[in-house]
Ligand binder design. Structure first.
Ligand SMILES: *[C@@H]1O[C@H](CO)[C@@H](O)[C@H](O)[C@H]1NC(C)=O
Ligand SMILES: *[C@@H]1O[C@H](CO)[C@@H](O)[C@H](O)[C@H]1NC(C)=O
Ligand SMILES: *[C@@H]1O[C@H](CO)[C@@H](O)[C@H](O)[C@H]1NC(C)=O
Ligand SMILES: *[C@@H]1O[C@H](CO)[C@@H](O)[C@H](O)[C@H]1NC(C)=O
Ligand SMILES: *[C@@H]1O[C@H](CO)[C@@H](O)[C@H](O)[C@H]1NC(C)=O
Ligand SMILES: *[C@@H]1O[C@H](CO)[C@@H](O)[C@H](O)[C@H]1NC(C)=O
Ligand SMILES: *[C@@H]1O[C@H](CO)[C@@H](O)[C@H](O)[C@H]1NC(C)=O
Ligand SMILES: *[C@@H]1O[C@H](CO)[C@@H](O)[C@H](O)[C@H]1NC(C)=O
Length: 681
């Protein structure tokens, strides 16, 4: 057999024929009759080599014609019943199969044209004997838990048109011998562990290829082979995330059938070859993002009249964005953030534009925001933060009915904030770090899903509009403006004070400037600010939410700080009202423990430390943060704490069944946890 294998590709089918009859004879010596096994017997032999825990192939039995078996398809069952050769396809993907896959009998099923074993758990190398499936046109082993090298023997499959080995753990070099598969139209090796250099000869002969996917092979260390650029039938080229280095070959400019080019997340450098786009008339998606590409982007990309996505973000491109880009009729996405692009933004082509997403953050764009932006009816995201844009905001910036995200923070924009009335889908409005003046438009309160508002670090004047209380805000940052007047009550109770700071004219309970009359003070607004009840307070909770609170007793109000590590709906009144003898559930060496039931029914235990000495707020906070992170069955979860001039109250999750009481009143708890907090500082 070894000598037969050496006779070369030309005589291969003959060799296979000989080999298979040889195996048939030796495999079933009892059926001395030399006639080949019927297809159904071959398939049952194959099934016997599989482990099929879910019984997906239980229906494979002699009582039914094999063309009617589950997951088997024949071109014509009638033809199979007669003597004609039919085309057989096995679709065995996602059946939970495993076992020592052996293709020897399978490959003798006449007319086997398609085999999919994708999404199973074979945990083995790719069986070499698959190379005997001479009629196979499509082989799909994707996500089948295959490992080991890519067998060059597969190149011997004379009729193979589609080979999908993606999503396995195939390693080593791509064998140059695959070049023999001249009829291959689709080759997907993505998401494996292929390594080393791609042999240039590999691609020279694969001229019929429509799809080439080598993406997600992070161990490849190769330049892009210029030969790929001569595979004139290529429509889809996926080479992202595969460690490619060097420049984009000029030959890529001539891939006239190309629809998708993804070279993102590699280490490509240098400039995009001049003229890129001139001969790519069918290009729909271009992704060069997250590389080290530099220089200006060739103007000719504006000739790609079918382009829908242009993604070049996170490179080092300079110069202007190609002007023709903006007027491409099908363009939906421009992502150019994190580059060094300069120049003015051109006018949008108004009514014809289908732009949905424009991200230009962190470049050096200058000049104004184009007045035509409001005419793009499809736009849902416009972000151009961290540029040098100036002038005023177009009144119509939010006219697109789809608009959801506007981020033009940190530019040099000025003028007033226009009324935003049309954009009923606006979720995020980030205008921070500009020179906006005038009032915060009350009409923002009418936008039903507006959730994040950052207007910080501008020159805004007037009050915080009461209408903003209509919104379910997760963020309202108006710090560092020139705002004044009373902060609307529900905003002040839900907002950490830091989001209001830097506006000396603002007043309200809990702020440095309390606009309340002294009589009101005595009535005892306890912790003036409460936290939580944000729509998605997650971000806030991660950093700990702050609120300044006031002490109930004492003529000299001393400022308290409330810090929460978990979402707790606690008001200052509840907390301080709870500090009376009836609710004491324990006394420890360092203070009393109170059980407090909150309005929403949650019980929390609060340990009020006395004599905790001269602890600084910062020191307590750091200690509490560390304690809050501890996950131990014997340590109660710390929800937060309240601090005032050295006095500390710690809030714990109240564990039912008395365990918390045992816990925080137990000597070792007091000794190991609290003193650590109290004495080390
Ligand atoms: C058997 O095959 C031959 C050639 O394909 C065909 O002419 C003949 O009709 C077939 N016999 C039956 C019973 O289908
Ligand atoms: C794959 O097989 C090897 C032994 O050959 C075994 O150690 C490993 O746990 C298996 N992996 C899975 C996912 O079954
Ligand atoms: C291979 O099978 C998987 C899972 O069924 C499927 O998603 C994929 O499209 C198939 N590949 C080809 C080339 O048909
Ligand atoms: C190129 O492909 C053809 C089939 O299309 C094949 O006959 C030839 O041997 C291949 N050449 C190489 C160098 O593999
Ligand atoms: C801005 O882009 C540069 C790359 O051009 C990057 O290094 C830097 O981290 C980006 N800055 C921010 C704030 O994202
Ligand atoms: C808006 O831009 C700023 C500055 O680039 C950035 O820090 C912030 O995360 C952006 N916000 C959103 C919602 O994208
Ligand atoms: C915007 O900046 C440019 C310089 O980059 C300057 O010529 C122009 O006058 C400025 N426009 C406004 C409205 O400030
Ligand atoms: C609020 O705005 C100020 C000033 O721009 C900034 O320092 C602070 O980080 C912002 N807070 C949040 C949570 O965005």
């Amino acid at each position: 057999m070894a000598s037969a294998a050496g006779t070369g590709a030309a005589s291969l089918p003959l060799f296979l024929l000989l080999a298979s009859t040889l195996i048939a004879a030796s495999a079933s010596p009892s059926s001395a009759a030399a006639e080949a096994l019927a297809p159904q017997e071959l398939l049952l032999n194959f099934k016997a080599s599989l482990r099929d825990p879910s019984g997906a192939l239980a229906g494979w039995s002699r009582s039914a014609p094999y063309c009617n078996w589950p997951h088997v398809a024949c071109t014509s069952a009638a033809a199979a019943a007669a003597n004609a050769t039919v085309s057989v396809s096995l679709s065995l993907q996602g059946l939970g199969l495993s076992g020592e896959l052996s293709a020897a009998s399978l490959c003798r099923v006449p007319g086997l044209v398609a085999l999919s074993l994708a999404s199973n758990g074979f945990n083995q190398t790719i069986p070499l004997d698959l190379a005997r499936c001479a009629s196979l046109a499509s082989l799909n082993l994707s996500a089948g838990a295959f490992w080991g090298p890519l067998p060059e023997q597969l190149a011997a499959l004379p009729a193979l048109v589609s080979l999908d080995l993606s999503g396995n753990s195939i390693e080593g070099q791509v064998p140059a011998g695959l070049a023999a598969m001249g009829s291959l139209e689709m080759l997907d090796l993505g998401g494996n562990r292929l390594s080393g250099v791609l042999h240039p000869a590999l691609f020279r002969n694969l001229t019929s290829l429509h799809l080439l996917d080598l993406s997600g092979n992070q161990f490849l260390e190769s330049e892009l082979p210029p030969e790929i650029g001569r595979m004139g039938s290529l429509r889809w080229l996926y080479l992202q995330g595969s460690g490619f280095i060097g420049a984009i070959p000029e030959s890529f400019l001539g891939l006239e059938q190309l629809q998708v080019l993804d070279l993102s997340m590699n280490s490509l450098t240098g400039a995009v070859p001049p003229g890129f786009g001139l001969r790519l008339p069918k290009l729909m998606a271009l992704d060069l993002s997250q590389n080290g590409l530099s220089g200006p982007f060739p103007e000719e990309v504006g000739k790609c009249s079918m382009l829908q996505r242009f993604e070049v973000h996170d490179n080092a491109f300079t110069g202007e964005l190609p002007g023709g880009l903006w007027s491409l009729p099908d363009l939906r996405v421009i992502r150019a953030e994190n580059n060094r692009f300069t120049g003015r933004l051109p006018e949008f082509p108004g009514g014809q534009s289908r732009l949905e997403q424009v991200e230009l953050d962190n470049n050096s764009f200058s000049g104004g925001i184009p007045q035509s932006i409001g005419q793009v009816r499809t736009l849902y995201r416009f972000s151009a933060s961290l540029n040098e844009l100036n002038g005023s905001l177009p009144d119509n910036i939010c006219d697109s009915p789809e608009m959801s995200i506007i981020n033009i923070s940190r530019n040099s924009l000025s003028g007033t904030i226009p009324e935003f009335r049309s954009c009923k889908r606006l979720v995020s409005l980030y205008l921070a770090g500009n020179g906006f003046t005038g009032p915060i438009p009350a009409s923002l309160g009418d936008l039903p899903v507006l959730t994040y508002i950052d207007l910080s670090s501008n020159g805004l004047t007037g009050g915080v509009p009461a209408e903003l209380q209509n919104l379910k805000l997760a963020l309202l940052n108006v710090s560092y403006n020139h705002l004044s007047g009373r902060v609307p009550p529900s905003l002040i109770s839900e907002l950490p004070a830091v989001f209001l700071q830097g506006n000396p004219g603002l007043c309200g309970p809990g702020l440095p400037n309390d606009c309340d009359a002294p009589s009101r003070k005595r009535r005892g607004l306890a912790l003036a600010a409460t936290v939580a009840s944000f729509l998605t307070g997650v971000a806030l909770l991660a950093v700990g939410a702050f609120a300044v609170c006031r002490r109930l007793h004492g003529s000299e109000p001393s400022p308290w700080k409330l810090v929460l590590f978990h979402p707790v709906k606690v008001t200052g009144e509840e907390l301080l009202a709870g500090f009376h003898d009836k609710s004491i559930i324990g006394r420890g060496a360092f203070g009393k423990v109170y059980l407090i039931e909150l309005q929403d029914g949650q019980n929390i235990a609060v340990k009020r430390l006395v004599n905790s000495g001269k602890l600084t707020f910062r020191a307590v906070k750091n200690e509490m943060k560390a304690l809050a992170k501890v996950r131990h069955k014997n340590i109660a979860k710390i929800l937060g704490f309240c601090y005032s001039d050295g006095e500390v109250s710690i809030m714990y999750d109240y564990l039912q069944m008395g365990s918390l009481q045992d816990l925080i009143c137990a000597p070792n708890f007091t000794v190991t946890i609290v003193p650590k907090c109290c004495t080390e500082i």
